[in-house]
Design a protein around this ligand. Structure first.
Ligand SMILES: Cc1cc2nc3c(=O)[nH]c(=O)nc-3n(C[C@H](O)[C@H](O)[C@H](O)COP(=O)(O)OP(=O)(O)OC[C@H]3O[C@@H](n4cnc5c(N)ncnc54)[C@H](O)[C@@H]3O)c2cc1C
Length: 479
């Protein structure tokens, strides 16, 4: 066998949570790791900054909880959900064995730097600013071409890990194309200061103007908050106003939101970035190359959270690569151990969430989707177990698949029936509204044939992809 002069065992592109955690674990196991990022750290990353309890547990594993500054970051114990300006429910995060019953809002400029520093301490060679331009896979190595300070540079390594976020170049080369628009969410955020807020509570605002999506208000302290809006990119009919305008309008016109902001002022400006959501049909491994975090589309499309999956996938990738380094085998088949873990642990769940997202892309039916949300909130108000499941799914603590359990569906349907038929003439009102909705739908189908055709096609595609994944996961369990 030819003895190559490798620069490192592994090169990771991207020093966000996925890349730096992956680098941390590999270096901890004694592997030689290079991590490159196009930006110098500390650097900001456009985000809502909410780290879920599962994400916090990943931070604990790498010792971040021991930092003094970590203790000072803002704790979130629960959330209030608003519908068209009305606060409908305030609930605490559920108690789940092994998880903290709180999340934290940690500005990314601070959080990402902590993880990069932890990786550096373990011996990772961090090279910034260094931008990946291209890579090529050969029988015995991967050649990575980068630009550092305007100078071309290349590295020869055994394996390349793409952790370069939702606009991933590594993913584009691996899959041979850009991500489809129906697999993208777009979101904007701004920091506010001079607030007077209930700082241990998150606020989520749903309304027809931003559905499928929501506005958030995540306090970073008693006087500062991260405020934003996220929405699926592909929806119909198209929303003419951009997200920045929608956010400013919400602050101006929604009395509950306005009250939250009070005399608050925007720090800097409103900025946006895309999120990539999971596509079970896309590959996340190829010979000598793997994708993790946003580059692999590991975002929960229900709530837009990606940090916990970024950190988990970073750890799983490191564990898998350590095994491959032992056997000196880096072909696609060997790297599938990582893909299998992702599919079993989070992929199936994300696929189910995608089916929901494909349905609610149809904004003509927003009154129906928001009514369903109202029904679920009404049930949660009277039923603690149901509230824990719904809240847990929204916070990314409980798999979305739990919503398919008989208990959850039965309770939702029953509540729906009660609400539909309640009150004097309730039954007549219900049938009147249902008839209006059906007629409106039929006339829309006629006018928007192409959109409806695509909508139905994408729903079926999402269902088939999920069933295939489910079947594969069942087979994996038996093997
Ligand atoms: C507006 C918004 C709000 C969000 N809110 C939340 C939230 O509240 N909670 C949550 O959990 N998630 C949230 N997310 C999602 C979350 O930000 C991502 O899931 C998370 O950052 C993914 O981490 P990552 O390490 O995979 O990628 P990133 O954090 O995106 O890191 C990628 C890194 O790669 C580098 N890079 C990119 N291209 C190259 C290149 N060619 N060469 C070298 N380096 C490169 C970048 O500089 C960057 O440092 C939000 C996202 C957005 C856009």
């Amino acid at each position: 066998m030819v003895d190559f002069k490798y620069d490192a065992d592994v090169l990771i592109v991207g020093g966000g949570p996925s890349g730096s955690i992956c680098a941390y674990y590999l270096a901890k196991a004694g592997k030689k790791v290079i991590l490159i990022d196009s930006e110098n750290f500390p650097r900001d990353k456009i985000c809502g900054d909410f780290v879920s309890p599962i994400g916090l547990n990943e931070l604990k594993k790498i010792g971040i909880w021991e930092l003094d500054e970590y203790e000072k970051t803002n704790l979130i114990f629960g959330a209030t959900v608003y519908l068209d300006g009305e606060p409908l429910i305030t609930n605490k995060l559920p108690h789940i064995t092994g998880l903290p019953n709180y999340g934290r809002v940690i500005p990314r400029v601070i959080l990402d730097n902590w993880i990069v520093e932890a990786a550096k301490e373990k011996g990772v060679q961090i090279i910034t600013p260094c931008k990946l331009n291209h890579y090529s896979v050969n029988d015995n190595y991967v050649k990575i071409e980068c630009i550092q300070d305007g100078i071309e540079k290349h590295f020869i390594v055994k394996i390349l890990i793409g952790a370069d976020g939702s606009k991933s170049k590594v993913a584009k080369i691996l899959n041979g194309k850009n991500l489809a628009p129906e697999n993208k969410i777009v979101a904007v955020r701004a920091y506010f200061e001079n607030l007077d807020c209930n700082f241990q509570q998150a606020e989520l605002f749903f309304s027809s103007s931003c559905f499928p999506g929501y506005y958030w208000f995540f306090p970073t302290s008693a006087t500062t908050a991260n405020v934003g809006i996220g929405m699926m990119l592909e929806h119909f009919p198209k929303e003419d106003r951009n997200l920045k305008t929608l956010l400013l309008e919400k602050i101006e016109n929604d009395s509950s939101f306005k009250a939250k902001i009070g005399n608050g002022k925007i720090v800097d400006k409103i900025v946006g970035f895309p999120l990539s959501i999971y596509n079970p049909r896309s590959s996340i491994v190829k010979d000598r190359v793997m994708l993790i975090g946003d580059a692999a589309g590991l975002v929960n499309s229900i709530n837009g959270e990606g940090m916990q999956y970024a950190m988990q996938s970073g750890r799983w990738a490191a564990e898998s690569v350590i095994k491959c380094l032992l056997s000196d085998n880096f072909n696609k088949k060997a790297l599938k151990i990582y893909e299998t873990i992702v599919r079993k642990e989070i992929g199936l769940d994300m696929s189910i969430a995608n089916i929901v997202m494909q349905f609610i892309r149809n904004r003509n039916l927003n009154p129906l989707w928001l009514k369903l949300l109202e029904i679920m909130i009404a049930q949660a108000k009277t039923d603690e177990r149901y509230a824990d499941i719904a809240g847990g799914i929204l916070a990314g603590m409980i798999p979305t698949s739990i919503a398919l359990k008989f208990y959850f569906i039965r309770k939702s349907l029953l509540r729906g029936v009660i609400m539909s038929f309640r009150g004097t003439f309730g039954i007549f009102k219900f049938f009147k509204n249902a008839t209006i909705l059906i007629f409106r739908l039929l006339s829309q189908i006629f006018k928007q044939r192409v959109e409806y055709g695509n909508w139905i096609k994408n729903i079926f595609k999402a269902i088939f992809a999920t069933l295939r994944l489910y079947y594969n996961c069942q087979n994996l369990k038996h093997n």
